[in-house]
Design a protein around this ligand. Structure first.
Ligand code: BGC
Ligand code: CA
Length: 431
């Protein structure tokens, strides 16, 4: 009965909040503490299938078509995805490279043949973030080929003479002069054991590519900084060839001072917060917007400039920012909490809860050097005791084997190896 009353009250509050946002904060906070006490008492009896669940970084989806896996995204009423706006980021990435070419047109064409050549390191051909980035680069540089309204994101292998069919030669006019833009080579960076976004593979690839293309390569583009930095260190820094990545990992941002062309911040500081925050809210039994779009009792709140929520997809998306020579100084510390959501929650109103969380590949630069340290900063602020599991990036079983006792946790945060594999996790929670 008391539970029912609280639910009715919560529903009423949601309505009154929607109608009038002033004065709503304190009311939400009050409901929060009552519900939190209830939840603490009930934890032992909550079935695993009803516990809060957040997918992050890899959105449950079909790896061939990109179609969202709505079964996984609506596994229970407290299931969400946290990632970033892949298309907005991809567009920024492409534009950043194009702007660089235009600004450096006098020196960019290293061999002076009128062709601006670039190579592209692709992360995971079945990962929607990777697909978006490949498309963003090709769209901006005029090398994209469309079929049925979508840009082909296939790797081309090598394309010395411009005859590849998955891309085309682009044309670029700057200061009255017309250049050809050519994707000389692209490849999925997957190692022999199956790990994708593999930095070492990219480092080897640039060795092969530079041996055959030499000074035909004017730009190195990468779907992430892990691979980008590997190519920069192996070849492009010494050659003075601008290299562009994605993620704004600390080493990549620092390398901008040494000639790295630029990167994109996917606002990991906001994503890591959201990843844990949606769990915290569900465990507290408060409105999901608490501490997100609506300030919580500690003053944590995000503005719509850094994220948005897509209700139909149950997905929170952080917005991206380009990091170049103009602004990189502001991004040197990639593991710093985002100040507007850096306030400690009160431990009485938000008692400690335990969370099981995995990183799909402990060797992934972005997830291990940027995302996890951020999570570790936020877990203290949100009074969450998180067990971090690092996978091998190859098989789901390597991770699911370590989720043998879901009953020991209050909530789950999952980073799949392959976006199609949500069921391997939900099956364990449904038993
Ligand atoms: C990141 C990559 C990372 C991948 C892993 C992407 O969002 O940008 O750096 O390797 O996620 O899933
Ligand atoms: Ca050239």
């Amino acid at each position: 009965m008391k539970k029912l009353l609280a639910l009715v009250l919560a529903a009423l509050l949601v309505f009154s909040l929607a109608a009038c946002s002033s004065g709503g904060d304190t009311q939400t906070a009050d409901t929060g503490s009552t519900e939190a006490a209830d939840t603490a008492a009930e934890t032992a009896t909550v079935a695993n299938k009803d516990k809060p669940l957040v997918w992050f970084n890899r959105q449950p989806s079909n790896s061939s078509t990109g179609e969202l896996d709505m079964n996984a995204l609506t596994f229970n009423e407290n299931t969400y995805y946290v990632g970033f706006d892949a298309n907005q980021g991809a567009e920024l990435q492409g534009t950043m490279i194009l702007d660089y070419i235009k600004a450096n047109i006098d020196t960019i064409d290293r061999n002076g043949d009128g062709i601006i050549g670039y190579v592209l390191a692709i992360g995971d051909i079945g990962h929607n973030d990777s697909i978006a980035r490949t498309r963003g680069v090709r769209a901006a540089l005029g090398t994209a080929v469309e079929a049925d309204g979508v840009i082909n994101s296939d790797p081309i292998g090598t394309n010395a003479d411009g005859s590849a069919t998955a891309v085309q030669d682009g044309t670029l006019e700057v200061d009255g002069k017309t250049y050809i833009v050519r994707e000389l080579a692209s490849q999925e960076m997957k190692n022999s054991a199956g790990a994708t976004w593999d930095a070492a593979t990219a480092g080897n690839a640039i060795g092969t590519w530079s041996a055959s293309f030499g000074d035909q390569i004017d730009i190195v583009a990468s779907n992430n900084d892990g691979m980008g930095m590997s190519m920069f260190n192996a070849w492009s820094q010494a050659e003075g060839v601008p290299t562009f990545g994605y993620d704004a990992n600390a080493d990549a941002v620092a390398a901008i001072a040494e000639g790295y062309g630029g990167t994109i911040s996917q606002h990991a500081d906001v994503q890591a917060y959201l990843t844990l925050r949606v769990l915290r809210n569900a465990l507290d039994g408060v409105d999901i917007d608490t501490g997100i779009g609506t300030a919580d009792d500690a003053g944590n709140v995000l503005s719509s400039e850094v994220y948005y929520y897509d209700e139909a997809a149950r997905s929170y998306y952080a917005l991206n920012v380009a990091v170049t020579a103009d602004n990189y100084q502001d991004f040197l510390d990639s593991t710093k909490v985002y100040a507007p959501v850096g306030n400690q929650l009160d431990a009485t109103a938000h008692p400690q809860k335990s969370v099981w969380l995995n990183i799909y590949n402990a060797a992934d630069n972005f997830l291990s050097a940027t995302y996890q340290p951020l999570l570790q900063n936020y877990d203290d602020l949100l009074n969450l005791k998180v067990e971090y599991i690092g996978g091998d990036g190859q098989t789901e079983a390597n991770i699911t084997n370590r989720l043998s006792n879901p009953s020991a946790y209050d909530a789950f945060a999952i980073n799949m190896v392959k976006t199609d594999n949500a069921a391997s996790y939900t099956a364990l929670l449904s038993q």
